[in-house]
Design a protein around this ligand. Structure first.
Ligand code: B1M
Length: 213
């Protein structure tokens, strides 16, 4: 599909205005939001990630790609979040301490909102205590943590420790995600579930809160 390929390329090239235009066209053409996300936005960022890894491009280009991604995301967001829906529950999400990556975390937030959850996004570089404090303050049933760096992953385990110390383990469920995170790490730290992508996060949160599909 031409629009999806154009959108993917504009993200790879870090062209914010072209990305916004293609995303607008995708909306007008009525392309399914999940298809836009998977086949253009995430596919584009994957190429950027590979080029960054192989040193074909550097941080400034990655930042431009991220800005283009956000420009497109802003356009397709209404496709995910449609009208009034019954509230299924509250989820506090954030990127762990030391971690400034937020694209994946934001996608998870948008998909959860689209599915009917209230999402309290507490941003990036979030201290472990804050995840727990915010979840308690908002009466959230789930804490969602994102980590993209191997060096920041241990912050997830600290949140579990705090939940245990405060007698909240099991009462507030914990999901984790991000490229370096996996099932094994999830079991190791005692989180409730590992989510490999944004769509999977919705199904997982529903399952944890025992909400019928
Ligand atoms: Co950085 N970066 N980065 N970066 N960056 C990675 C992660 C890296 C793998 C690149 C590489 O070397 N190949 C590498 C980490 C190496 C490691 O630790 N093993 C890296 C590095 C080293 C760094 C810096 C240290 C670079 C430097 O300064 N020298 C620095 C660290 C900054 C910091 O956080 N303190 C840095 C900075 C940046 C930018 C600021 C330039 C930018 C971030 C912009 C932003 O987020 N606003 C950036 C980017 C964009 C990337 C790559 C290229 C792309 C990440 C991304 O957005 N992917 C990344 C390479 C890569 O991952 N291939 C890289 C698209 C996104 C949709 O995928 O986040 O995986 P992802 O999310 C998915 C799933 O993982 C899952 O669902 C999402 C959607 O399907 N998911 C969840 C994610 N979170 C979830 C939470 C859930 C559930 C599912 O529940 C709550």
């Amino acid at each position: 599909m031409q629009v999806l390929e154009g959108l993917k390329q504009s993200i790879i090239e870090g062209d914010e205005s072209k990305a916004a235009q293609f995303a607008d066209r995708a909306v007008v053409e009525g392309i399914d939001a999940k298809t836009v996300l998977d086949e253009a936005l995430i596919a584009g960022m994957n190429v950027v990630g590979e080029r960054f890894r192989s040193h074909d491009i550097f941080l400034p280009e990655v930042l431009l790609a991220a800005k283009a991604m956000y420009a497109a995301l802003a356009k397709i967001r209404p496709l995910f979040v449609k009208g009034e829906m019954p509230l299924l529950g509250r989820v506090v999400i954030g990127s762990v301490q030391g971690d400034l990556h937020d694209i994946g975390k934001n996608l998870v937030g948008i998909m959860l909102e689209g599915a009917g959850f209230e999402v309290i996004d507490i941003g990036t570089d979030v201290a472990p205590e804050r995840f727990v404090d915010e979840a308690v303050a908002h009466g959230a049933g789930v804490i969602g943590m994102s980590a993209l760096l191997t060096t920041t992953m241990p912050g997830m385990g600290r949140v579990i420790t705090i939940l245990k110390e405060r007698g909240l383990i099991g009462k507030i469920k914990v999901i984790i995600g991000g490229a370096p995170v996996n099932e094994e790490f999830c079991r190791e730290i005692g989180a409730d579930a590992y989510c490999f992508d944004a769509a999977n996060s919705v199904a997982t949160v529903k399952k944890l809160l025992q909400i019928a599909h």
